[in-house]
Design a protein around this ligand. Structure first.
Ligand SMILES: [Zn+2]
Length: 131
């Protein structure tokens, strides 16, 4: 867009070099045309700046929206998994314990667990584990 402003300035310079007679119809026309072009170039420049600002703003909104989508998606996933319980038997006292499958980290195949009845620590295998 700078290019248009520069070219109009160049035209203005050319018209100055012509030493136009200010009272001739042709010179009035040329000077008026350059004036109009100059204003148009200025408007274009301003519009372009405003567009760039709007672009930045839309990008920010888009990023916020992505975060919001991720948040909602995670939230829905959590709700689905909320009742994913499994019953296991304590190898020490035989107590049946309900565990939440979410206690496993992503890709984790086993985790330590303390029996609420006998307080012994044992290993719980993750049935969903690939290995
Ligand atoms: Zn136990």
């Amino acid at each position: 867009m700078n290019n248009v402003l520069e070219r109009v300035a160049y035209l203005r310079g050319l018209s100055d070099g012509l030493a136009l007679e200010s009272d001739s119809k042709e010179s009035k026309l040329i000077l008026e045309m350059i004036e109009v072009m100059s204003e148009m170039a200025q408007s274009l420049e301003e519009l372009s700046e405003e567009m760039a600002e709007i672009d930045d703003y839309v990008e920010l909104i888009d990023e916020d929206l992505d975060e919001l989508e991720d948040f909602i998606y995670d939230f829905e996933e959590d709700e689905d998994e909320e009742y994913d319980f499994e019953e296991i038997e304590c190898p020490y006292c035989g107590e049946i314990i309900e565990i939440d499958k979410n206690l496993f980290e992503e890709g984790e195949c086993e985790t330590e667990m303390v029996c609420p009845n006998c307080k012994e620590t044992f290993i719980v295998d993750n049935d969903d584990c690939d290995e």
